[in-house]
Design a binder for this molecule. Sequence first.
Ligand code: XMP
Length: 441
Amino acid sequence: MKNMFRGILILNLGGVSAQDYSKIVRKYNVFSHVVFVDGVSAEKVKELNPEGIVLCGKTSAEETLNIDKQIFELGIPVLTIEDGTSVVASLFGEAAKAQVATEEENIESQLTNFMFDICNCKKDWTAENFIDKSTEETKAQVGDGSVLLGLSGGVDSTVTAALLYKAIGSRLHCVFVDHGFMRKGEPELVKKIFTEYFPVSLTCVDARQRFMDKLKDVNDPEKKRKIIGAEFIEVFKEEAKKLGKLDHFAQGTIYPDIIESGTAGAGKLVKSHHNVGGLPKELGFTSLVEPLKYLFKPEVRKIGSALGLPDEFVLRQPFPGPGLSVRCLGILTPERVDLVRESDAILREEIAKAGLQQFADQYFTVLPGIRSVGVKDGERVFYEAIAIRAVKTTDFMTADWVYYPKELLNTISNRILNEVPGINRVLLDISPKPPASIEWE
Ligand code: XMP
């Protein structure tokens, strides 16, 4: 992809701002590529052939970066932001001719002036162009080979499947593992999409009992996550073996995964690059196919829509890999997980009816494991409580709680109390992050 769209090369000196600049550039349909500046040669930059270079980010006093001065002598226009300005000054002296942008609020206009007035960037970073180029790239990589993809039901793996299906059709084999912690209707939706919209070769594995057996009596949230992750790989491996030899392995890695893994922009490891735990090596795949690896999440959604995936799928809120299991505090039983699933379905249905899907960025119900006294049909009951969690956030690192209109909350509460047997109290979580996290486990 980086050789197909020229755009802006963002050379990052360190820190996380490069990702923000990269997103601004792309907002204007210009490709941007984030690379950690340390050790990058002028040759490499020439090969990438960008229309312009942005040198940005923060250097730390303890760190000595290996910066190739010749990068700035290639005749490619350079814009410096943050410590980029002093770095260029130290390389070439104070009179260096690099454009300087220092005012935070002016950065977007500085970037657009730079892109269009100085670099004459082409606005070619569009969903249609991306799909065309990605299809070409996949065909070149895969040849007449076959590809295995694990479908989690999330947006990234779904869009990966749709994109690969366009490129290689029936040579794409998908495995979907139902671990039993999906939201109501989701396993059915995945099956529908990949039989009706994109008729891939799809293996659906009903592993609900298997997961529940492994999680019996497990209370600790981290243990739950580990068990689910490990079991997922086990099931997947078994299914992959049953399918016989497939040539390539695909996964829905997106750009922040790469940037945050330290190879592109942050300069240091923020979190490990998620990967299906060493699976490709063990099963002897020739290569890894990651068609979304240069895309940010909103771009993934756009590509999904352009490929014809329904809005109900493409616009979905984020959902943790271990699913409802981390929203059901304490011991997991199918009955307790159903309490979360049913109440969550009511919450989502009523929010959709009210047309307020965009009011919060993430909204769901949680079973905190609290029992309280109540009266049902004239009898004393001692049932579980359910909590409503809804947050507004831009980066999921910090979040504010949102307050839905009282009438809507009232309808949701009444429906949960009437329709979900075993719940006699509905709570509203009004905690910001931090100190609370978005999920409860
Ligand atoms: P927290 O709870 O840390 O959540 O404030 C931040 C965002 O991350 C999601 N999340 C997860 N996603 N696996 C995932 O794929 C997980 O184990 C996991 N835990 C939290 C959460 O839904 C929120 O969007």
